[in-house]
Design a protein around this ligand. Sequence first.
Ligand code: 6PG
Length: 256
Amino acid sequence: MARRDAGRVEVLPTTDALMEAAAAEFVRAAGEAIRGSGRFAVALSGGSTPKTLYALLASASYAGLVDWSRVVVFWGDERCVPPGNPASNYRMVRESLLAHVPVPEANVHRIRGEADPMEAAAAYERQLRQAFATPDGPPRRAPGARFDLVLLGLGNDGHTASLFPGTAPVHETARWAMAHHVAALSMWRITLTPVVINAAAQVTFVVSGHEKAAILRRVIAGPYRPDALPAQAIAPLDGRLRWLVDAAAAKELNAP
Ligand code: 6PG
């Protein structure tokens, strides 16, 4: 099967430049969404790369450029741990960003990593459907009814969000959020599925570092095998796909 569209790749010379470009992208997407629908619905990525981005957004140079009162925050995925656990994606975003900018608490939709995973995934899907005024059926691709921006990272094994190689959520066609036990990590994860990610107005991957170079090349330029490389399953149906990558991560992209 052919890949729909691998998206636009932008290579930034350094990690700092990558973070600045990602922060500028966030500010631009927020402004556009707030002008269009009165709010900015964003799904944030976890892991270690985006911590610097969130801290930058919370810094004096960027914090004043976003109307945080109109930002609605979701997560792309969560590790099934309590919110205070150092591995919690909620905790990372709370500490690096939400503790420093005035996002109303009612706009913060965390995934309950401490609860039963299946129940937490179902509850998260209900929150999403309520926020997007879509009680059932597929996501609607209308302003205010879908994510304005989904930020994603890329794992060394080709995973993104908690869509891991060879797992069911990669192929899901109905549910918006799912819980699954990731054998490779011996851990339960809750993730958005491609159903809702691919309905977004914009999806942006932020990828940094030499250790991502080989997998980035396979995901972007290799054969379409989303079961093995779940990041390839991300292809917005009616939205933009952008890859912001630093030179270290991009170093194999133009190799023969
Ligand atoms: C998570 C993520 C995950 C992450 C990638 C890349 O909870 O771990 O959301 O999909 O984005 O694993 O992570 P790094 O940026 O830490 O390499």
